[in-house]
Design a protein around this ligand. Sequence first.
Ligand SMILES: NC(=O)C1=CN([C@@H]2O[C@H](COP(=O)(O)OP(=O)(O)OC[C@H]3O[C@@H](n4cnc5c(N)ncnc54)[C@H](OP(=O)(O)O)[C@@H]3O)[C@@H](O)[C@H]2O)C=CC1
Ligand SMILES: O=C(O)CCC(=O)C(=O)O
Length: 443
Amino acid sequence: MSYVDNVIEQVKAKNAEQPEFIQAVTEVLQSLEPVIEAHPEYEQAALLERIVEPERVIMFRVPWVDDNGKIQVNRGFRVQFNSAIGPYKGGLRLHPSVNLGIIKFLGFEQIFKNSLTTLPMGGGKGGCDFDPKGKSDMEVMRFCQAFMTELFRHIGADTDVPAGDIGTGAREIGYMFGQYKKIKNVFEGVLTGKGLSFGGSLARTEATGYGLVYLVEEYLKCNGDSFDGKTVCISGSGNVAIYATQKAQQLGAKVVTVSDSTGWVYDPAGIDVALLKQVKEVERGRLTEYAARREGVEYHEGRGVWVTPCDIALPCATQNEVHMEDVENLVKNGCKILAEGANMPTTLEATEYVQEHGIVFFPGKAANAGGVATSGLEMSQNSERLSWTFEEVDAKLKGIMVSIFHAIDDAAKRYGHEGNYVMGANIAGFEKVANAMMAQGIV
Ligand SMILES: NC(=O)C1=CN([C@@H]2O[C@H](COP(=O)(O)OP(=O)(O)OC[C@H]3O[C@@H](n4cnc5c(N)ncnc54)[C@H](OP(=O)(O)O)[C@@H]3O)[C@@H](O)[C@H]2O)C=CC1
Ligand SMILES: O=C(O)CCC(=O)C(=O)O
């Protein structure tokens, strides 16, 4: 059995109840085979055994009082996965499905994603099984304060810098920042995605969705093509989906679908971004309300976005939302590109199927890296106590996404797998981290 397969087996045995973590590790490690063969010193240094084990896992209770005076108890997590190239960095997910395996998969992916950005950020992720849906503002505030009342002792501007993810937006980051400052009596860039009046960066809100489109745009440009006139299908209708829709349409594409956890809409005239923002960001409503206010829109219960014919598919909701039947439909309908705005939205077998059937596939750790890259830019602005203009941040974001495309393209070519961006992203992300870990000794 190869060294890589042996480590994958160990991970499966030790983490049998964490399927998403096993999935993420399997995908990354399998694509590192040629790198490991070229570097026998990695096996001697047990590099893979170390990289799949988080440096630290923090799990804690989060007790808070709801509007009826009843005490609620949730479970919080922060996984500080790898600090070889910088302070731990990664979002906080608030969703009832959150468990240790999901946070570990996200933290593991974050190591390589952050490395791809070229910025000095290690990998981490956190979250809680709290569901912000249906809670009052005051309940969300009390929860965020309780969450930070434990988390504060584990994080800091040079230690670990959390940010948003599913269920954690500007409101939640604001409440968490307020509590951190109150407890520590320090005003520092300990969270990113902050409000603009207290250290946030312009363009962080837009960054993940815009970055996704910039990466695909660079690929298209290198192949003499563009977004102009393309039909795009997007899933999700949160932060990533909204700004991917906006940027794709600014570049001349028509985005015809978005979804949420209860249904999806087909809007043949192209998604009305202003209306979508009103329904989702302002009213925190459902897509039924989008469909009810716009002529010619079809609303469908349940999942199903990917039956819609498109040139480009951008899944932007959650993990394992794109299954075999979905990619069979995409292939049948002539889709050319699938780029992941969400983290690991495509199952392993669906990923293999699209690659075998000629769809160009960009994995999330490359395609959605614009969010954390712009968080890195927010950290830089906080450190120098300056704020850059929207145009400056957006230009830097675009430069980073262009460089990520070329880094993963080059890495795939270097190892004889031209066009395999899963391999390219894993290899390019891994190289810098492996280098740093080797230089820092057995720690
Ligand atoms: N925000 C960021 O900067 C980054 C986010 N990502 C990833 O992008 C994805 C989306 O994140 P983001 O837009 O920030 O999150 P939001 O909370 O803003 O939006 C999430 C969207 O996905 C839908 N969704 C969530 N869970 C499910 C589910 N189990 N089934 C179907 N739909 C679901 C939500 O529907 P509903 O409204 O009904 O809950 C909502 O439309 C995640 O995978 C996240 O990890 C990656 C990089 C950076
Ligand atoms: O901005 C960040 O720090 C993290 C974003 C994130 O959670 C992600 O890239 O998945």
